[in-house]
Design a binder for this molecule. Structure first.
Ligand SMILES: Cc1cc2nc3c(=O)[nH]c(=O)nc-3n(C[C@H](O)[C@H](O)[C@H](O)COP(=O)(O)OP(=O)(O)OC[C@H]3O[C@@H](n4cnc5c(N)ncnc54)[C@H](O)[C@@H]3O)c2cc1C
Length: 611
């Protein structure tokens, strides 16, 4: 643990107040690099750039220090962090293709960002995803080129329970502790059931062979059974003690400041600093960046900050009241919002003894908590989703269809022939809403479309950073995405009826109530129709919390926002580094990749790579 003194809350210690009369005076406090957003990518950059004692770095985070947020430490407790003060708690606009529902989008608002509140699932995704990035113009971002930086971040601890994992596929000298957490008893049975219906077990989903198959997730749980967020990993006490690193918390960056008033100047705009505040009407402060401003606010808040600063489509900036002064017309800012779409919790009844539902009982929950506090073991140190199957919806060896399905052709949206477009992920609890019913046991299966065609946007609602932006993923605007999910749901129903799960799952063959929390989990995959599955999906679909690409890497400003060195097109002194720069969506969980990108960015910046 570092010292809370390392996280400054009082801007007078690190910034310059804006004068009542205007724009802040000339003597702003100056740092070589001003990093905005102390999240997953921001923590890596702050740590790596400040390794050079001659370089000064300021990291500005809107949320609190992770050290003050105890619940973030408990791996199994992450769902309890949602809608609390460590969550930005965004939501979508009403989704036309999902019964006009408004769907929650959590994002971490705390040092470590979303890595401090996420589900702790760790993987490299599919190597072909990165080859797709190169095809889209992201030169230098192939798997071969990014992998050394992912490995650089890893401090992998092998597990005797997973003897087939090759240590040569992982890094051992990095800062981020990666390993295995103990799974719920039902997990191994489900892996066997996957094999029974044509999905082979694989030892490790993070190798050059890609993730296709069924496997156990690796995770970032430390030796004490606690979350090892990127903040824990990269902002160690010795890093926090560096005199050249300043970290401020509970401070919103309101806008980026430029040296020029508009794009008409010959030089073009240059980012020279940022303006911050701690409340909507509170005092404003400024800091100067001698070298660069690096924005790491994530897929939603990064385009929000760019738009607030006058970087974005001129039509949108002009439509606000009052209009925002245009610094640079960048038509792609906030577009290409891609998130993985989940069918919503598909609950399957189970017999007692296999799942974690028993923790809902007050005494068992307390016992588990005490065990975790004393020894760092027990269910609280487990993942809420111990494993998944990554599959292709066109894999003929897998029984996706049933007698009742309408055989629709699904377009191949994958990044390559060995990459998946569906994730079937299991949670060893029935997800039935609050309050959780007593004495109910089950598994909740998430069916996730990994390469959706549906994409949307982030737009400003007002020109104030304290107002959440409008986020419209436009889920299921492509019917292809819905058809892909239908296949995954039917696969899950077949999984429930495998020989392996007999006596473990407890299906109610007579269940016909389509409003029951266990519908369509009990349904027969050969009887339920595509339309019935679609009805379920529209009613229950959820974001899988992996939005990307709103400031994507692309060779020109007509197709993206940053160039392959992560510099904003046509603007000097400004880089972006977070999930918003992904050229396209990944077919897997993105946190490890965000860290790899930040490691590579730090390397480029330290080597002075500009074009
Ligand atoms: C609930 C949840 C579960 C997830 N589960 C997994 C998982 O199991 N595995 C996986 O790989 N991925 C998972 N993800 C996704 C993954 O965590 C994110 O994609 C990744 O962490 C994003 O990193 P980032 O650096 O882009 O943004 P973030 O880590 O979100 O960082 C952005 C930071 O910027 C700060 N910020 C924003 N606006 C401002 C401002 N104006 N001024 C100052 N600071 C600001 C934020 O507070 C935040 O700290 C999950 C995400 C969530 C939310």
């Amino acid at each position: 643990m570092g010292s809370s003194q390392s996280y400054l809350t009082d801007p007078s210690k690190w910034a310059t107040p804006v004068k009542e009369t205007g724009e802040g005076g000339d003597n702003w406090k100056v740092y070589d690099y001003v990093i905005v957003g102390g999240g997953t990518a921001g923590c890596v950059l702050a740590s790596r750039l400040s390794e050079d004692a001659g370089t000064t770095v300021l990291l500005i985070e809107a949320g609190n220090s992770h050290e003050k947020e105890f619940l973030t430490r408990i791996p199994l407790a992450w769902p309890r962090l949602l809608k609390t003060r460590v969550d930005w708690d965004y939501e979508t606009t009403p989704q036309k293709h999902a019964n006009d529902r408004v769907i929650p989008i959590p994002r971490g608002k705390v040092v470590g960002g979303s890595s401090s509140i996420n589900a702790l699932l760790w993987q490299h995704c599919s190597p072909e995803d990165f080859d797709e990035w190169v095809k889209l113009g992201a030169e230098g971002w192939s798997y071969e080129e990014l992998k050394p930086f992912i490995l650089k971040s890893e401090k992998f601890t092998p597990s005797p329970a997973h003897p087939d994992v090759q240590t040569s596929d992982h890094g051992s000298e990095g800062l981020w502790k990666i390993g295995y957490a103990p799974p719920a008893p039902i997990h191994e049975h489900i892996l066997d059931a996957c094999e029974e219906i044509g999905v082979p077990r694989i030892a490790d989903m993070s190798t050059a062979d890609g993730p296709r198959g069924a496997s156990t997730f690796m995770s970032f749980v430390d030796g004490k059974g606690g979350r090892h967020s990127v903040a824990n990993a990269y902002l160690t006490p010795s890093v926090l003690a560096r005199p050249n690193l300043t970290i401020s918390v509970n401070t919103y960056t309101e806008k980026i400041i430029f040296s020029t008033t508009g794009e008409d100047s010959a030089e073009g705009p240059r980012a020279i600093g940022v303006q911050v505040s701690q409340s909507r009407d509170g005092r404003k402060w400024r800091v100067k960046a001698a070298k660069e401003v690096i924005v790491c606010c994530g897929t939603i808040a990064t385009p929000q900050l760019l738009l607030l600063s006058g970087l974005g489509p001129s039509s949108h900036l002009n439509s606000l009241s009052p209009p925002i002064r245009i610094i640079k017309d960048l038509p792609q800012v906030g577009l290409n919002y891609f998130d993985h779409i989940s069918a919503g919790p598909l609950n399957i009844r189970a017999k007692p003894g296999y799942t974690f539902d028993y923790l809902n009982g007050p005494l068992s929950g307390l016992n588990a908590m005490v065990k975790w506090l004393i020894w760092g073991t027990g269910p609280m140190a487990s993942l809420a989703s111990p494993g998944a199957a990554f599959v292709r919806s066109d894999d003929e060896r897998i029984p996706f269809d049933g007698r009742s399905s309408t055989a629709v052709d699904i377009r191949d949206t994958t990044s390559g022939p060995n990459a998946p477009d569906l994730e079937i992920v299991w949670f060893p609890v029935a997800v039935l809403g609050v309050p959780t019913p007593k004495n109910v046991h089950g598994v909740s299966i998430g069916v996730v479309a990994l390469k959706p065609e549906s994409s949307g946007s982030v737009r400003l609602k007002t020109n104030n950073v304290y107002d959440k932006p409008l986020v419209d993923p436009d889920f299921f605007s492509s019917e292809n995405d819905l058809n892909t999910v239908v296949r995954g749901v039917r696969f899950s129903l077949r999984l429930a009826r495998t020989e392996r799960m007999k006596g473990i799952f407890d299906l109610d063959e007579r269940e016909e109530d389509t409003t029951s929390g266990f519908w369509p989990g009990d349904a027969d995959p050969d009887m339920i129709t595509d339309e019935e599955i679609k009805m379920f999906v529209r009613r229950n679909c959820a974001a899988a919390f992996h939005p990307t690409s709103t400031c994507r890497i692309s060779p020109t400003s007509d197709t993206g926002v940053v160039n392959p060195t992560l510099r904003v097109h046509g603007v000097k002194g400004l880089r972006i580094c977070d999930a918003s720069v992904f050229p396209s969506q990944l077919s897997g969980h993105p946190a490890a990749i965000v860290v790899g990108i930040a490691e590579k960015a730090a390397d480029m910046i330290r080597r002075g790579v500009y074009s």
